[in-house]
Ligand binder design. Structure first.
Ligand SMILES: C[S@@+](CC[C@H](N)C(=O)[O-])C[C@H]1O[C@@H](n2cnc3c(N)ncnc32)[C@H](O)[C@@H]1O
Length: 261
């Protein structure tokens, strides 16, 4: 299933769960854009629609997370970790502040679940340089590791770092705050099992739908702006999954249900 629903995620998404992963890029209320108004109540609804083995990734600014921090705990979420998305350019709202070239994405999981049951396959990059790494004794909370050394090999995998540098969609975006597909694909491969089900509660341009199509995950997005939802459906329908590459033209979504057959 790869669908974008048109409407309010608080009404439409709970009936379509449970989700293996929920992605949320909600309006932060940081700008004067007409759609940028904080949405109340969605966290509790999302909690109940998330599998206990699943996790929630939320995009936002530190300002928005600080303003809503208690609501995550009240909704039954526990903080897991965050990444910083570093962009090639950014916005300077004020001459007396740093130019803002990053955004945060924070991962939460259900407080009634153990972290070790939560699906979390942290991605690797194949760029480890050959070097000898000296291991010191670690403090007790990281577990006992013998002192010694190991040699990493050229081109070997290493855990992806928590700061991810990727170009934003400047100049080709459908949505003013569109996230790069490559960034979403990293989060989806990390937090949703193969063939699992991703719920994208504030879908915007449908970038996460494209990422799911490429990563082989099922996807349901929800966007309140009917015109944007339509553009998202068209965008997702135009992406060929790898298994069909070159074999058949992309199929069009139904204009009524948004379903892509
Ligand atoms: C920050 S944007 C998401 C951008 C998206 N991640 C992308 O990559 O294109 C937030 C979107 O949420 C939508 N929205 C706001 N309230 C909503 C609601 N209650 N239900 C569903 N969508 C909503 C807005 O119209 C807006 O397009």
């Amino acid at each position: 299933m790869l669908t974008v629903l048109t409407g309010d995620c608080r009404n439409l998404m709970p009936k379509r769960g449970p989700f293996d992963m929920i992605l949320a890029d909600p309006p932060c209320g940081d700008t004067s854009l007409a759609w940028d108004r904080r949405v109340d109540g969605w966290l509790t609804i999302a909690h109940d629609a998330l599998r206990p083995t699943g996790s929630l990734w939320v995009f936002g600014s530190l300002r928005s997370f600080m303003a809503t921090a208690d609501q995550f705990a009240i909704a039954g979420f526990r903080y897991a970790q965050e990444i910083v998305w570093e962009k090639q350019n950014g916005s300077s709202f004020h001459a007396d502040r740093f130019k803002r070239v990053h955004e945060l994405a924070v991962q939460f999981y259900r407080a009634d679940a153990r972290w070790r049951v939560v699906y979390n396959d942290v991605q690797t990059t194949p760029d480890a340089a050959p070097r000898t790494v000296l291991r010191k004794r670690r403090p007790p909370h990281t577990g006992h590791i013998e002192a010694g050394h190991y040699v990493s090999h050229d081109g070997g995998p290493r855990l992806m770092r928590s700061v991810v540098h990727l170009r934003n969609c400047h100049g080709r975006a459908i949505h003013p705050t569109e996230k790069p597909t490559a960034l979403l694909e990293i989060l989806i491969r990390t937090s949703c099992p193969a063939d699992g089900f991703v719920g994208d509660w504030f879908a915007g341009s449908g970038a996460a739908g494209e990422a799911c199509r490429l990563a082989g995950r099922r996807y349901l997005g929800c966007e309140i702006d009917a015109d944007m939802a339509d553009r998202a459906r068209t965008r997702i329908a135009a992406v060929l999954p790898f298994r069909d590459a070159g074999a058949a033209p992309a199929r069009q979504s139904s204009p009524i249900t948004g379903d892509i057959p």
